[in-house]
Design a protein. Structure first.
Length: 192
């Protein structure tokens, strides 16, 4: 059976309209692309929040994390968007669920109400830098000890021990990192 041209056009129209709408409804973290449609206010290109009375705290956390990660891990290139949710309803609107925070490749980050702490924001910006430096798809293929271990270890997360497997990931990464150092971090990380 051969598809006629009008059928192909209809199929293309359905794909162009239905797939993005379905992604918006089902894969909630995709909402970081247009966060205003998810009910938050963007006070800049980089910071959005559900409670604008907390804008100063969000700006301070963002600035500290960008500075820290740029000094200690790698330069934070571009302008990563971070959505600060002061309420669980906001976090749930972005599909956070039980997670404290999530970074969606290089598209953006959602910080939940429990994650308004410097080490959480640093952790997520490290994931952003990983995506920018190594590429989002290659990053998905890297071992967890490298991806999560780097974020927990280099963000100076003070919690110890972390729940497993994250404590093991951090330990394995920090041991590996001692051998490669900051200068060879990305070169050696790309080889994993």
């Amino acid at each position: 059976m051969r598809l006629e041209r009008p059928s192909l056009k209809r199929l293309a129209l359905v794909l162009v309209t239905v797939v993005p709408a379905l992604a918006w409804a089902v894969v909630k973290p995709v909402r970081v692309v247009l966060p205003q449609l998810a009910g938050v206010v963007c006070i800049s290109d980089t910071i959005c929040l559900d409670d604008v009375s907390q804008a100063r705290q969000a700006q301070a956390l963002y600035a500290e994390a960008v500075s820290f990660v740029s000094r200690n891990v790698a330069s934070v290139e571009g302008a990563p968007r971070v959505i600060f949710c002061a309420t669980q309803a906001c976090a749930d609107g972005f599909g956070l669920g039980p997670r404290s925070a999530v970074t969606l490749g290089t598209l953006g980050t959602v910080i939940g109400p429990k994650a308004w702490k410097p080490f959480y924001v640093r952790h997520e910006l490290i994931h952003y830098v990983q995506g920018r430096t190594l590429g989002v798809i290659p990053l998905l293929l890297k071992p967890s000890w490298f991806v999560e271990g780097m974020a927990y270890g280099l963000s100076l997360d003070p919690r110890t021990p972390l729940t497993e497997p994250f404590e093991s990931d951090r330990s394995k990464f920090l041991s590996w990192y001692k051998g490669v150092g900051k200068e060879k971090l990305w070169l050696e990380g790309a080889r994993l």
